[in-house]
Ligand binder design. Structure first.
Ligand SMILES: Cc1cc2nc3c(=O)[nH]c(=O)nc-3n(C[C@H](O)[C@H](O)[C@H](O)COP(=O)(O)OP(=O)(O)OC[C@H]3O[C@@H](n4cnc5c(N)ncnc54)[C@H](O)[C@@H]3O)c2cc1C
Length: 496
């Protein structure tokens, strides 16, 4: 009788992508079987979850990283169903947002597609653009610029929109919306990687607004009839916060026998020689031998691990740079802060200067505000208001030299410019996210294809996470699960 030796897999990085890879390696929805490998997750930090973390403030557990996800992506519903927590999903409680433009907080125009206007009347009525900016955008409607019909190639989102609608639309609308999500600048961001429909629409002859408008789903009826299916929410979260997904995943994985090694940075990855070659995963304190490895860490770290395996792939990974941001979470007495009547938050265009006060002329540190207890009504407590100030962007390094107290004070001064008569917060908390948001620059997808090709040639290795094909939590869940499934198949074939 022969006994089958159980295969070993190491997952490097315990963020959502790494945990989802571990989930699939241990059988996914079906659960483990006798052929499932033994899985170890090695995580540099003191806890798993990566960017999905929470904090307790004023008796509430609040997300300090992502607070919600795009509902139209299937991955969040799937993983929640598989983990038995689909009932914990909660829809966003409000819609719309405002913009600080031309000295005032104004509602965003309707009909924006990723910040790009598609409805001329709504754009005009919103007063977010100057007269000159509006006239320039009007050219797209009256005499749209013919686009050159060259070979379709990647371009920056900023240049595509600027050619058609003018610079003011880019700096006032597209940068705060689309750039803000990535803490980047759309003048550097890849249309192919971030918003492919724009690449297609921007290279067509004719109006960009009309082309994007035609691609948009129809708006929900303003006069719903009996029997109409209500439109699905745009965003969802979990009743215990997005970070509660991590607790459930971690518990499930522990029950499946997954080992977690915390406070341990993997420093090198080697392939041992010989016909039964295995992987050697080294940290300063440990060496693990494995039949398979999933790399689910940021590109900066993954690049170092590729150096001896494939220097070209290491160089491609090193080209993916990251923005640092900080989130200031505030709890106010409701009387101490008067917010706009509707909407989930306010966006602030990157070049906006302080119009007055001690930092007169200096540009805002705050890039956006989220009205947390309006966005997620289950967080609401009578008499208080909870909001987050998002600060930092790829081209703004001021956070590096500011203390938490200085960041909080600056965020408060900027709140005062937006809303006037802002009182003293009951509580505040700064969460720093250094080098946290990967920048998908022009030709990002070409880099990713190069990295994926290198991985194809390294049997037993998979790669996942935000550096590759989507920074949102759903994309990271999808990439982690796909990496885990693929490695399970590779190991299954090897075991035959
Ligand atoms: C402030 C903020 C707000 C966001 N808001 C949203 C949102 O609202 N909605 C949304 O969908 N997305 C949002 N995102 C994006 C999303 O949260 C992330 O892109 C996603 O969680 C990344 O998951 P990941 O597993 O790829 O990487 P990570 O979460 O970065 O996990 C990687 C893990 O690898 C570990 N690691 C690094 N180096 C090593 C090493 N050498 N050895 C071992 N371990 C290592 C790290 O400690 C980390 O735990 C936000 C991101 C940030 C920063």
């Amino acid at each position: 009788m022969t006994t089958q030796v159980r295969q070993e897999v190491v997952v490097v990085g315990g963020g959502i992508a790494g945990l989802c890879a571990a989930y699939e390696l241990t059988g996914g929805r079906e659960g483990p079987s006798s052929s499932s490998p033994r899985v170890t997750v090695i995580e540099a930090g003191p806890r798993v979850g990566g960017k999905l973390q929470s904090l307790e403030i004023d008796g509430r557990v609040l997300d300090s990283g992502p607070d919600g996800v795009l509902a139209r992506r299937p991955e969040i519903g799937e993983i929640c169903r598989d983990l038995g927590i689909a009932d914990d999903l909660v829809p966003i409680g409000a819609s719309g947002a405002s913009l600080f433009a031309r000295g005032r907080v104004r509602p965003l125009p309707e009909g924006l597609q990723m910040g790009i206007p598609t409805n001329w009347q709504a754009l005009r009525a919103s007063h977010v653009l100057s007269g000159a900016g509006l006239l320039r955008a009007l050219r797209d409607r009256l005499s749209p610029l013919p686009s050159s019909r060259g070979a379709l190639q990647d371009r920056t989102i900023g240049s595509l929109v600027e050619t058609k609608l003018g610079r003011e639309v880019v700096t006032t609308l597209v940068d705060p919306l689309l750039g803000g999500i990535n803490a980047g600048r759309v003048s550097e961001m890849s249309a192919a990687a971030i918003y492919p429909p724009l690449l297609e629409a921007g290279q067509q002859r004719g109006s960009l607004m009309a082309a994007l408008g035609a691609m948009a789903p129809p708006p929900p009826s303003s006069d719903p009839q009996e029997g109409d299916v209500p439109p699905p929410p745009a965003f969802v979260s979990l009743v215990g916060g997005m970070a509660s997904l991590i607790s459930v995943l971690e518990t499930t994985l522990r029950e499946r026998g997954v080992t977690f090694v915390l406070n341990t940075s993997v420093t090198s990855l080697r392939r041992t020689a010989g016909s039964d070659a295995r992987w050697s995963v080294d940290s300063e304190r440990t060496t693990s031998r494995a039949d398979g490895v999933v790399l689910a860490l940021p590109a900066i770290g993954a690049s170092g691990l590729f150096e001896s395996l494939d220097p070209d792939a290491a160089a491609l990974l090193a080209q993916i740079d990251y923005a640092s941001v900080a989130i200031v979470t505030f709890v106010f007495d409701a009387d101490d802060l008067t917010l706009p009547a509707t909407g989930t938050g306010v966006l602030i265009p990157p070049e906006t200067p302080h119009p007055r006060g001690p930092f007169h002329g200096e540009r805002f540190l705050t890039t956006a505000l989220t009205f947390l207890d309006r966005k997620w009504p289950h967080l609401h407590r009578p008499g208080t208001t909870v909001l987050r100030s998002h600060t930092g962007r790829i081209d703004d390094d001021r956070l590096e030299t500011m203390s938490d107290t200085e960041v909080t004070e600056r965020a408060l001064i900027e709140l005062g410019i937006l809303f006037h008569d802002v009182g003293v917060p009951r509580e505040s908390h700064v969460t720093r996210w250094a080098e946290s948001l990967p920048q998908y620059r022009v030709n990002h997808l070409m880099r990713v294809v190069g990295i994926e090709n290198a991985v194809e040639h390294l049997p037993g290795l998979e790669i996942a996470g935000a550096a590759l094909r989507g920074i949102g939590v759903p994309a990271c869940i999808g990439s982690g699960r796909a990496a885990g499934q693929k490695l399970r198949e590779t190991l299954g074939a090897k075991a035959l």
